[in-house]
Write a protein that binds this ligand. Sequence first.
Ligand code: FAD
Length: 316
Amino acid sequence: MKLTDKFSEGETLFAFELLPPLKGDKIDTLYNSIDALREYSPSYINITYHREEIKLIERENGLLERQVVRKRPGTVGISAAIQGRYGIDVVPHLICGGFSAMDTEDALIEMNFLGIDNVLALRGDNVRGEHSFRQVEGGHTHASELVSQIKDLNAGKYLSGEVQNPTPTDFCIGVAGYPEKHAESPNMTSDIARLKEKVEAGAHYIVTQMFFDNSRFFDFEKKCRQEGITVPIIPGIKPFSTKAQLHILPEVFGVNIPEELVSEVEKATDKAAVRRVGELWAIQQCRELKKHGVPALHFYTMSRADNVAEVVKNVF
Ligand code: FAD
């Protein structure tokens, strides 16, 4: 079922995001996370996509060798496995990085054959160690181009143009939004203008980066509406869970941690206490967002389900 059909039912939905297991691990680790959250009736599950990374290996002669590694493969297969096993709708993430338009088309055809109706279209991050995003030959530079390709396929327009009687796909397309702006954007106005381009290219809804201060989300939503973006906007929630995240989350995701949360985390005397602070903070955030009438709450599990379960139990 398409997410936009779910959103139109009116109730705030519960959804969460999982990472594929590390290469060599079993899929059971993922099933365990889903089992822990299943009793809260998740409406859909997102599966992230991880592009290749460059690893530098020191050879015996002291020279460094570049090796391409992919740590978390299997997004499309995992999505289909989850949908088949649990009957819960899935949203595989699809990125521009590492994909030519032809690779993208192949992945979409595969998803369509597997009965997947939803996709989150992203540019993807830079290859670790590179200071700017680089597309492969024949690949897309921005998520808006990927959205256009999916929209074309939804209209039966395949790349080669040589398909006789093409069957259109019918993907519901999501894109990313940033309540505190994307790190590479010069300012919020410019970032929202880019977001609008993604919607005009064919995106049906927006999921946001995590944030810890709801006023950032409300301001962002207001600005989007003022600029004529009318599609559903789904807040992304991450229950804070370790002291190290005080530095990691702002550095990696460009998010601001409110002073009150920082002070509560710093006062916590052990790991369990930090997790409790994070859970209570997320419960408060979610209750307010639900009251505001958001279509869904999208939880970033980062492969841990226990704290998300604790939050959801207190919100839904
Ligand atoms: P874009 O929309 O292309 O924007 C990237 C930057 O380019 C922005 O600064 C934007 O303002 C600017 N821009 C856009 N269009 C133009 C243009 N035409 N000209 C000039 N500038 C432009 N990453 C992964 O690798 N895998 C995942 O599974 C994944 N899941 C995510 C899920 C969510 C909900 C979110 C919020 C992010 C996720 N990311 C993931 C991270 C995402 O890939 C990065 O944030 C990435 O840096 C930007 O992706 P985007 O789709 O927002 O890019």
